[in-house]
Design a protein around this ligand. Structure first.
Ligand SMILES: Cc1cc2nc3c(=O)[nH]c(=O)nc-3n(C[C@H](O)[C@H](O)[C@H](O)COP(=O)(O)O)c2cc1C
Length: 151
């Protein structure tokens, strides 16, 4: 991966529109391998019970232009940015997009994901959209997740 002066991380949650077929997810994944890699972006895509959680890390311009495309994608909706800002180092350095389908998550990871989604939804209702820098227990979840996956 190309070295980068300043790294940007963007994390969002979204909901799939309708039922996404496995071959469509495969297409997203294959497409992402190429375009994220070309932009020096690495990250993670989780898909659990109709919800996506995506982490994109890389040069700010690369992350922003990818996110512009992803926002327009009609296969998901309700994109809620959980974090958007500088990061010291990549959490998921080894892949342009590490895709993890629900069946590969442990019971603990699934319940951590469900908790996170519930917290974010509850806060959105009470206080409007979460501030982009609010954490919601996210870094702990992702850090443990990255450790499990890369061990
Ligand atoms: C949840 C979700 C995550 C996506 N993540 C990526 C991604 O990381 N990189 C990417 O190139 N496309 C991603 N896509 C697909 C893009 O939205 C878009 O369809 C694709 O980049 C096609 O780009 P093109 O118009 O240049 O062909 C994602 C789509 C969804 C629904």
């Amino acid at each position: 991966m190309a070295p980068s002066g300043s790294l940007h991380r963007l994390i969002y949650l979204s909901s799939a529109v309708g039922v996404l077929r496995a071959d469509e997810l495969d297409r997203i994944y294959l497409r992402s391998q190429a375009s994220n890699g070309g932009a020096g972006v690495t990250g993670l895509l989780l898909f659990v019970e109709g919800s996506f959680l995506q982490v994109l890390e890389g040069p700010a311009a690369g992350v922003a232009s990818l996110m512009q495309k992803i926002r327009r994608d009609r296969r998901h909706t309700g994109i809620t940015t959980l974090y958007s800002g500088a990061c010291a180092e990549r959490t998921f350095a080894d892949s342009p997009l590490h895709y993890v389908p629900a069946r590969n998550l442990s019971v603990g990871e699934k319940s951590a994901f469900a908790d996170l989604r519930q917290t974010v939804q509850a806060r959105s209702v009470l206080m409007g959209p979460p501030a982009p820098s609010a954490d919601h227990g996210l870094s702990a979840f992702l850090t443990s997740f990255a450790e499990v996956r890369t061990a």
